[in-house]
Structures are given as structure tokens and as C-alpha cells.
Design a protein around this ligand. Structure first.
Ligand code: NAD
Length: 477
């Protein structure tokens, strides 16, 4: 059934093939078989998308924000009804379980709804005393680039606030998981989004980003992906000084203090780490454990990891599916070999499963020397390192010893330790005694090489606005 699928571009309000007829294959990571194809946009398709977005801009940006919000809320309802089928498509293209895919879609629905509900209030003028006010204005056409790991929620976190703010969007969906962008854009179309306000393209990522960012029509760049690609895009955006929101890599630490409750910490870490086979920018990847708890933590964590049921995404018994593509398996092999060559020990996992599909088991490494690549490079997979520490200061130093600064987590009951860790951990977000990622209503962004700008909540909408300061209101009488 999937072999028959062919996903198209959406330009100027119409689904259509690329003008040069080029398509790219879509692979099911559980079988390594082609399950669909996706149209690739040519330069002329991209020019059409740019022109179409620009034509729609005036009416969309100057129309009532309340109506924009109503379209988003309606799209949320329409998408919610598509979730059972859409989650199966996502699982077949990405490798996450159907339950994980449905959970992700639920968060995408919530994101559309939140931004729709708040569109009017976040587009309203903000008084600043008797003489001044801020008038939020949409910045203009947005180029949005989204990856394959959480395609539904990451598309929603770009599209929904940009649309709420009054900006048209040219969205490049991930070629690996095209069904997701298609389902979300179709929900918006069915909800009554005017033509041209969202254009969806796929193709060769570097060609598309270069073409779009080269155009002065584009005023904002929003990207989620690796730090290396984010920096390339920021350089391209410099030519036209497009505003950038870059949500890049992460290498998140978890500090498990001496008083931590392991009955809570171990399952919470395992659940968050191994969701989506660890391919999440804010998944924990380096666990630092107070020395008195170290052995007990390691044996519980290893036992929990070994029990995780690995299998096909559409098998309800599966707890962790395959990795998304062969590149991730190669990265797991390279990082594991580098660590063991330098003396690290594999507590569990450590080798690809001998079966079709990109299956890599939960892997725990100990005794990993500081120079090992797995402690520096974002693993983006189900590999955890575990190491002991002696003082909170030492744990903070270790936790901060990567170039990334996206998320950090810790477990303790002590108010002093909480204060010290919240202040000391260099991260865009810190979670205490549980692991939590993004939510529709709160800002989320990285520091250091994890990027800049915010997605989520009010700040997510403000990212697409010019906050025009109006002075001297009193002088108008
Ligand atoms: P990649 O960096 O090549 O691609 C990541 C995403 O960026 C993909 O969706 C891709 O289509 C897009 N992309 C790549 N080059 C682009 C360009 N020049 N212009 C526009 N978009 C471009 O890497 P990959 O092999 O697909 O994924 C591996 C790495 O990417 C991971 O190690 C991780 O660091 C990073 N990644 C991060 C996130 C995240 O949520 N922050 C998501 C996916 C991938």
C-alpha cells in the first residue's frame, strides 16, 4: 500500500508534482524498503513558492488576527481527526512506534491550537504607560526547515506561531518523513487557509535553503537540525540579514545527586532517553551520578535498558523502534568504537542488531575518557554514558563540558543543590526531578552551540514580529 504513495509539493494553494518531474525515494527504516516517493522542487518551483508567498502576504498580515487564529484552531481539530492514520504513516517513515507517533501528533495539535487561541492577544498593541506603545507587526515571509526526528511537532512549532503572527511560510519538510508535512498542510488547507500563505517544498536541502535565503522576499529563517547546518544557514541569512531562529544540537547531562530517588530517576531517564530511539535534541546522553549511588544506579539503569522491547514500529509490544536511517547506525558504530578503542566499557548494547532494519539497542558506556567523541559529539541515538562524581561543583563542570547547551536535568531533594544546579548548568532549559521537553505554551531555545532564538509560547510568536515602538502618543492629544 505504501509503495503507491507519492507525496507532492503544495504551491499557491495546489498539490502538484515538481516541474522537472524529479522524485526522491522514502525508506521504511524497519524494513529498509522504499515505501513512498516525494516530489523534488526545481528552482522554478521555488521561485513560484516565493512569488506565491509574497502575493499572499499583504492580505494575510493585515487581516484580523482573530481570523488567523480561528483557522489555526480549526486546523488543530482537523489534524486531530487525522491522527490515527497519520501516526501509522509517520511510524512507517521514521521508525518510532505508532504510540510515540500518535503522542507526537497530539503535541502538534496542541501547538496549532495554542497559537490559534492566542493569535489575537499576541498581535494586539502593548501599552507602555500613557505616551508609548508597542505595535507588533508580522516580519514577512518565513523560510522554515524541519527535520525528520519529530517532524510533526517541529513543523507545528514553526508554522503555527508564524501564521498566528501574520507571516506566510515556505516550509521545507523532511524528505525522510514527507507524510507529516503533507498531513499538516492539508489540515490547514481544509481549515480555509488562503492560497499562498503556506507553500510546502521538498528536494535537495542545500539547494532549497540557498535558493530561498538568497531571496530578499524571505525575512525570517527558522531551522531545527544540526549545529553544522545551522551555521551554514546563518551565513546564508547574513546576506539579506534575515532574522534567524536556530534550534540546533544538544548533548544533555543528567546529574543524579546522592539523595536522588532511584525508583523515580531510572525509569524517567530510560523513558525519555529511548523514546524515538534517542534521536531527540534534548534526550539525556551523559549521566553523572554521585559516587555513593553510582553502582546501584548503573545496575538498575543497565537492567532497565536490557528489558526494553525493540521491534517493528507497528507492533504494539514494541517499546523502541529502529533508528531513522543508515547514517545514524554508522554514527552509533563510529562513536562506540572510538569510545571502546580509548578504553570505555560496554555495559549493554554496543552493536547493530543482526536483522533487517536500522536497529541499534540501548547502549550504556562507562569509563569513557574525556577525549572520547561520544562525550563531545551529539550522539543522537540510544547511547548513554554513565560516570561518577564527588562534588556538585565537579558535576556542574562535567555537565557543562561540551559545546552544547540545550537541556539539562537533575535529581535531588536538597534545596541548596537545586539552587546550585539551576544556576550552574549552562542550558536553555533545566528540569528538576523529571525529564521534560518542549511544550506549546513555554519558550524553549539553546545557548552556546545549541542555537539562538526561542520557539514556543508568547516568545515563539514574538520571533516572527517586529515590535514597533510608537513614541509620543500623548502629543497627538
Ligand atoms: P543533517 O544535519 O544533514 O540534517 C538534519 C536536518 O537538516 C534534515 O532534515 C535535513 O534535511 C536538513 N538539512 C540538512 N542540510 C540542510 C541545508 N543545507 N539546508 C536546509 N536543511 C538542511 O543531518 P542528518 O544526518 O539528517 O541528521 C543527523 C544530525 O542532525 C544529528 O546528529 C543531529 O545533530 C542533527 N539533527 C538535529 C535535530 C534536532 O532536533 N535539533 C533533528 C534532526 C537532526
Amino acid at each position: 500500500m505504501f509503495a503507491a504513495r507519492s507525496y507532492q509539493l503544495f504551491i499557491n494553494g495546489k498539490w502538484r508534482a515538481g516541474s522537472e518531474g524529479v522524485t526522491l525515494p522514502v525508506t521504511n527504516p524497519a524494513t529498509e524498503k522504499t515505501v513512498a516517493s516525494v516530489a523534488a522542487a526545481s528552482a522554478s518551483d521555488l521561485d513560484e513558492a516565493l512569488a506565491s508567498a509574497e502575493r499572499s502576504r499583504k492580505a494575510w498580515s493585515s487581516g484580523p488576527a482573530k481570523e488567523r487564529g480561528e483557522i489555526l484552531v480549526a486546523a488543530a481539530r482537523i489534524l486531530a481527526a487525522k491522527v490515527p492514520a497519520a501516526a501509522k504513516d509517520l511510524a512507517a517513515e521514521q521508525g518510532k512506534t505508532i504510540a510515540e507517533a500518535a503522542g507526537e501528533y497530539a503535541r502538534a495539535v496542541e501547538t496549532l491550537d495554542w497559537n490559534g487561541t492566542h493569535a489575537e492577544e499576541l498581535s494586539a498593541a502593548i501599552p507602555m504607560g500613557p505616551n508609548r506603545m508597542i505595535v507588533p507587526e508580522p516580519l514577512g515571509v518565513v523560510a522554515a526547515f524541519t527535520p525528520w526526528n519529530y517532524p510533526a511537532v517541529l513543523i507545528a512549532r514553526k508554522l503555527a506561531p508564524a501564521l498566528a503572527a501574520g507571516c506566510p511560510v515556505i516550509l521545507k519538510g523532511a524528505e525522510e518523513t514527507p507524510s507529516v508535512a503533507v498531513h499538516i498542510v492539508e489540515a490547514l488547507r481544509e481549515a480555509g487557509l488562503p492560497e499562498g500563505v503556506v507553500n510546502l517544498v521538498f528536494g535537495v536541502p542545500a539547494q532549497i535553503s540557498r535558493h530561498l535565503l538568497n531571496s530578499p522576499i524571505v525575512k525570517v529563517l527558522t531551522f531545527t537540525g544540526s549545529t553544522a547546518v545551522g551555521k551554514e544557514l546563518a551565513k546564508l541569512a547574513a546576506t539579506n540579514l534575515q532574522r534567524c531562529i536556530l534550534e540546533l544540537g544538544g548533548h544533555s547531562p543528567v546529574v543524579v545527586c546522592e539523595d536522588a530517588d532511584l525508583t523515580k530517576a531510572v525509569p524517567a531517564i530510560a523513558e525519555y532517553k529511548f523514546e524515538c530511539a534517542g534521536q531527540s535534541c534534548n534526550a539525556p546522553s551523559r549521566i553523572l551520578v554521585a559516587r555513593p549511588l553510582y553502582q546501584e544506579f548503573l545496575s538498575r539503569m543497565t537492567e532497565t535498558a536490557r528489558k526494553i522491547n525493540i521491534g517493528a514500529p507497528d507492533d504494539p509490544a514494541t517499546q523502541m523502534g529502529p533508528m531513522a536511517n543508515a547514517r545514524r547506525i554508522e554514527a552509533m558504530q563510529r562513536l562506540t568504537k572510538d569510545a571502546t578503542d580509548r578504553g570505555a566499557r560496554i555495559e549493554t548494547g554496543g552493536a547493530r542488531l543482526e536483522q533487517p532494519g536500522f536497529y541499534w539497542p540501548p547502549t550504556i558506556l562507562t569509563g569513557v575518557p574525556k577525549e572520547a567523541k561520544v562525550l563531545q559529539e551529539e550522539p543522537f541515538g540510544p547511547i548513554l554514558t554513565v560516570a561518577p562524581f564527588d562534588t556538585i561543583e565537579e558535576a556542574i563542570e562535567e555537565a557543562n563540558a561540551t559545546e552544547y547547551g540545550l537541556a539539562a536535568y537533575f535529581f535531588t531533594a536538597s534545596a541548596d543543590a537545586k539552587r546550585e544546579l539551576i544556576g550552574g548548568l549552562a542550558a536553555g532549559a533545566v528540569s528538576v526531578n523529571y525529564l521534560k521537553g518542549v511544550s506549546a505554551d513555554a519558550p524553549y531555545g539553546g545557548v552556546k552551540q545549541s542555537g539562538y532564538g526561542y520557539e514556543g509560547g508568547e516568545h515563539g510568536v514574538r520571533s516572527f514580529q517586529n515590535l514597533k515602538l510608537v513614541n509620543g502618543l500623548g502629543s497627538f492629544g
